[in-house]
Design a protein around this ligand. Sequence first.
Ligand code: 5GP
Length: 176
Amino acid sequence: MPAPRPGRVLVGERALRSRIAELGAEIVRRYAGEPPVVVGVLQGAFLFMADLVRAMPIDLATDFVRLESYGSGTTSTGQVRLTHDLATSIEGRDVLVVEDVVDTGLTLAALRRTLEARQPRSLRVCALCDKTGRRQVDVRVDWVGFTLPNVFVVGYGLDYGGLYRNLPHVVVLERI
Ligand code: 5GP
């Protein structure tokens, strides 16, 4: 069987640009007067986060967490571990988590529990992609960039075995 490779483009550069501009504007309206701490989930959200915060012209702060992820496969293990923590305290702050993909929801649910235990004033989530068809736990996502079918995607920050994060668009991983 051939090795999986990036195949058809699911979300192109132009669609990413215009949706992220919309999301930035909506999010800024929600946080009127009280800029959030924007928390990116490494590594997958790094490009999305970079573009999203540039679409949010307010005095926000940024920080990052890193979670144990899929490794080199394409299915969730259900095991979630914080391997890099925030540098800032979020107690009493408005927090916006920026995530790459919500799939089963297990990762985001665990991250929400961890961050909520630190008593932020509010905790909202913006995810680039949502695969609603595969959800195993009910987890709140406040803003979604794109709802995707049940396919494994790479590019625009998303990897397979550490590769393809630098592709400028979201593409389907295919055996071609
Ligand atoms: P969940 O716990 O919701 O099943 O999985 C969430 C995490 O799995 C995401 O943050 C992402 O790291 C990874 N993931 C889920 N779907 C995909 C996908 O289609 N492509 C890539 N590259 N990672 C994915």
